[in-house]
Design a protein around this ligand. Structure first.
Ligand code: 4AD
Ligand code: MG
Length: 457
């Protein structure tokens, strides 16, 4: 007998044969001498209906096949005479695998995401979170496909690191020393690695070493930021995709980022259609039309200077005042994408002073070859730059940022030996997932969210 996922069974695979399905009971409805079980195994959003006649092996347990219980059913996959499903299973036997009593929290439909967040160990069994995490899986696969098709190599960069890529100092220290020992040894000489180490905020610097050897690479892994941001778009642990390309300039970098976002939207529309249907119905009514409009036309591109002019001329009252030299805040990014362009926009050539040491200084001396890709509803989804490939300029930038040339000698070596123009960017995986699902809170697109004050499970 063939074990079948519910997804396959609902597609009619195994029609008129006896199949075995396994899953969790969503609902049970009893009739005179039979019961309907709606069973879900997570392979897809839809449940399969099984008709369990009184008297078949295992049917004595039917009263215990309550919401949340796990069951195995063997039976014939037949065309369903009822409405709402094409296929159903006429059970020949039922095995009650695990019971679930009335305390099972997912009794009724329609719990709030906030409630479900508190039961993050059970929320994957809800319709919404099943859809989110199937879409997350597909998105990760699509990311690998996007790069692998283009001949990029996947590089695993370290999670524990002794460098601070973004220079923001928002890092989690990794240590085996206790408080006192750490105080007595600020240099970390007696610490596990003989120096202070942290969880990585970005794999970029290590990624650059591989781009300067394999030409086109990408990383895809977890990153950690100890920033005290309490927003719906910041997590302390999140995943990032960081491509890095030798012989790329900023222009080529922006093009790749835009193509990638485009590709991922198309892939989601095509391959996560059932899950998107639920998001479009219950999470964000405009989701599908927004995604379709985004891929229908090229992304806008403007310089930071033009962005500032647009914001100044907008007549909007912003909480954070706008003038040339300030960093764009979420409210500014959202004005540009939601009000002005009504779609994604890539902003490039930011003031050098607000950007990290590794970005390439432009000929004007006051801007850096930086770019941020902004999307409606979220703001920054990806950020990157052309890297400074001129040794002297890099060393000047490091000095200006108080970065010790000794600690980054290996990074400078890339410019000392066979330096090449190169560029890259980082795409926030959860932010991309928020964009394609319409889910508004980053805590609801990552299995076990870590945010300031919260590291449950
Ligand atoms: O803009 P960020 O800080 O850039 C870098 O880390 C560069 N080293 C990337 C590169 O050039 N290789 O982060 C990149 C992206 C952001 O655009 C955002 O989407 C996401 O990572 N991100 C976060 N996502 C969730 N929670 C946070 N706290 C995030 N911080 C950044
Ligand atoms: Mg950024």
């Amino acid at each position: 007998m063939k074990q079948t996922t519910i997804k396959d069974a609902l597609a009619g695979n195994g029609a008129n044969e006896t199949i075995l399905i396994r899953g969790w009971v969503r609902t049970r409805r009893d009739s005179k001498d039979f019961s309907f079980l709606a069973i879900n195994d997570g392979s897809c959003l839809a449940n399969i209906q099984a008709i369990v006649d009184e008297g078949i092996p295992g049917s004595d347990d039917i009263q215990q096949a309550t919401t949340g219980a796990s069951v195995e059913i063997t039976g014939k996959l037949v065309e369903s005479p009822g409405k709402g499903q094409a296929w159903e299973v006429t059970a020949e036997s039922m095995t009650l695998v695990g019971t679930a009593d009335e305390s099972y929290p997912l009794q009724k439909k329609g719990h709030s995401p906030e409630f479900l967040r508190e039961i993050a160990h059970l929320r994957p069994r809800s319709n919404l979170f099943g859809c989110v995490f199937r879409t997350r899986s597909r998105l990760a696969y699509a990311i690998h496909q996007f790069f692998q098709k283009r001949g990029f190599y996947y590089i695993h960069t370290p999670i524990i690191t002794a460098s601070d890529c973004e220079g923001a100092g928002e890092m989690f220290r990794v240590t085996t020393l206790d408080g006192k020992a750490m105080e007595a040894d600020p240099e970390g000489r007696t610490d596990f690695f003989g120096k202070p180490t942290h969880l990585t905020v970005s794999g970029q610097l290590e990624g650059e070493t591989f781009a300067c050897a394999l030409s086109n690479i990408y990383t895809f892994g977890p990153t950690f930021r100890a920033e005290n941001s309490h927003t719906t778009r910041h997590a302390s642990e999140f995943w990032m995709i960081e491509p890095e390309m030798a012989f790329y300039d900023l222009e080529a970098d922006m093009t790749l980022a835009e193509e990638m976002v485009n590709y991922l939207i198309k892939d989601t529309l095509e391959h996560s259609a059932e899950d998107l249907g639920l998001f479009g119905k219950f999470v964000d009514k405009e989701l599908i039309s927004r995604l379709e409009s985004v891929i229908a036309k090229p992304f806008e591109r403007i310089s930071y200077t033009t962005a500032i002019e647009l914001l100044e001329k907008s007549g909007q009252k912003f909480e954070h005042p706008v003038e040339w030299g300030v960093n764009l805040q979420t409210e500014h990014e959202r004005f540009l994408t939601e009000e002005h362009f009504k779609g994604p926009v890539t902003v490039h050539d930011y003031p050098k002073t607000i950007k990290p040491f590794y970005m390439r200084t432009n000929d004007d001396g006051r801007t850096a070859a930086a770019m941020d890709l902004l999307v409606p509803g979220i703001g920054e989804i990806a950020g990157g730059s052309q890297r400074e490939e001129r040794l002297e300029v890099l060393l000047e930038n490091m000095a200006a940022h108080d970065i010790s040339p000794d600690d980054y000698a290996w990074y400078a070596d890339l410019r000392r030996y066979g330096s090449v123009p190169h560029a890259g960017f980082g795409l926030g995986f959860e932010r991309m997932l928020m964009f394609v699902t319409g889910v508004a809170n980053i805590r609801d697109v990552i299995p076990f969210p870590r945010t300031p004050g919260n590291a449950e499970f």
